[in-house]
Design a protein around this ligand. Structure first.
Ligand SMILES: [Zn+2]
Length: 58
């Protein structure tokens, strides 16, 4: 199963992630899998959220 990794903050495509169906949860604590898309944070946004860890775009 291929997941497309997209930054949840700036919507940039970070890359693809290959995983099996049983492991779509808990790959990464910052990862949120919706369908074939894994929402995560690019390094830039990760850095910003490090400063304000509770700020998320919905
Ligand atoms: Zn970003």
């Amino acid at each position: 199963m291929y997941l497309l990794k997209i930054c949840r903050c700036c919507d940039s495509i970070i890359g693809e992630l290959e995983t099996d169906n049983s492991k779509t949860q808990g790959i990464d604590s910052s990862l949120e899998v919706v369908g074939n898309v894994a929402y995560t944070l690019c390094p830039l946004c990760m850095q910003e959220l490090d400063i304000n860890p509770r700020v998320y775009y919905q």
